[in-house]
Design a protein around this ligand. Structure first.
Ligand code: BG6
Length: 369
């Protein structure tokens, strides 16, 4: 039931605030994080010396965001791997490796095979999954459910923000168990995280119709690039994937720092480029670097669309469009920055008259390898 929305995706994007709130629910008490599913697993988390995150598609981009959080708060080395690439080589893993799988459906065969393989090699496994009783969680030592609710549209939206939320909770939990995050820091971060759903709602209220209008004007666009740094980088990749999936146009995400090592050759007058701008308050250095990347592409004629924090005036002289997101902690920006990109991809698909819920050639859950 679309509940009055024009598509399941429109409904699911509107549910992004609840997807985050429901994934946090019952796991933060007065600023203290406790994930009941992980009770009794302290030994497991104390016995690991590295983390490998495995997933496919959008879930893998959630995993890339999770890498920053896990490294920051657990001080464990973290790698993110596409499940199918991980499975068919000879990865160096063992009893002190924690393999975190991420899957909305819990049935993606590539991810399932990688989890089984990791277990056979003696690794510990935690599954982040949105579907109760699915196969991947059954094959794992522990489960952290995302509570995004059923996701019907083939391309993932609300499950993505729920996956990132679950990864933040997992990272803070493991950090507390291992003593790499202080109680005070965890509390501050937990409270910041709790403020995210209302901020997503604000983006939907203030920016959605403007972004849809803008997508409409861009209906004939044949190629769009996305740039980001740090946690903005996986968001650039996700923005590009959504455009491919929903609007069937060429789209690519790049790490902004990589621009001068190749992608800048693609910039010609009129080329639309989305840039995810990090908060100037949180990292003046990263912010300045991204602003200088924007100047470089603008000088070559790019049409620059920035996703930037409210009040960030430094981007104004170089941007053709500014999509605003509220202030968040540095780690939590992805949960906000992805929302305009989901709206944009959905809007462009609709403007082209395409089926946003059922894109051609794609399946919601790919149960073959
Ligand atoms: C794809 C879906 O084939 O599977 C994507 O079309 C999804 O939207 C990916 O991100 C992974 O699915 P899951 O269920 O493992 O998260």
């Amino acid at each position: 039931d679309k509940g009055g929305w024009p598509s399941f995706m429109a409904k699911e994007v509107s549910e992004e605030p609840e997807a985050v709130a429901n994934t946090l629910r019952g796991r933060i008490h007065d600023g203290v994080i406790r994930i009941p599913e992980l009770d009794g697993l302290d030994e497991l988390f104390l016995g690991i010396d590295r983390v490998i995150v495995i997933a496919c598609g959008t879930a893998a981009y959630a995993g890339m965001v999770g890498k920053y959080a896990l490294e920051q708060w657990t001080r464990l080395p973290v790698d993110v791997e596409l499940a199918h690439e991980f499975r068919y080589r000879d990865p160096v893993i063992g009893a002190s490796t924690l393999v975190v799988s991420i899957s909305q459906s819990g049935e993606t065969m590539d991810t399932l095979m990688a989890v089984k393989y990791a277990r056979e090699q003696g690794a510990k496994t935690v599954s982040i999954c949105n579907t109760q009783g699915a196969t991947i969680p059954r094959e794992s030592d522990a489960i952290v459910y995302t509570h995004a609710g059923p996701e019907v549209a083939v391309a993932s939206t609300k499950a993505f923000v729920a996956q990132i939320t679950a990864l933040y909770l997992l990272a803070l939990h493991v950090g507390r168990v291992r003593g790499t995050v202080s109680a005070a820091t965890a509390e501050e971060l937990a409270r910041e995280l709790e403020s995210v759903p209302a901020k997503i709602s604000r983006i939907l209220e203030t920016e959605q119709s403007r972004i849809e209008q803008f997508a409409h004007w861009m209906a004939d666009t044949r190629s769009v690039l996305f740039l980001g740094r740090h946690v903005g980088y996986p968001i650039a990749l996700e923005g590009a994937l959504k455009l491919k999936e929903l609007a069937y146009i060429h789209a690519e995400g790049f790490a902004a720092g990589e621009l001068k090592h190749g992608p800048i050759a693609l910039i010609e007058p009129g080329q639309p480029v989305f840039v995810i701008v990090p908060s100037p308050r949180e990292s003046a250095l990263l912010h300045a670097k991204v602003v200088s990347n924007i100047q470089e592409i603008r000088a070559r004629g790019a049409r620059v669309i920035v996703v930037a924090e409210e009040g960030d005036a430094a981007v104004l002289p170089f941007a053709d469009e500014v999509l605003r997101i509220p202030l968040a902690g540095p780690m939590f920006e992805p949960l906000l920055a992805v929302v305009p990109l989901h709206i944009f991809a959905m809007g462009l698909s609709t403007a082209k008259g395409l089926d946003v819920d059922q894109p051609r050639n794609l399946a919601k859950s790919v149960t073959v390898e």
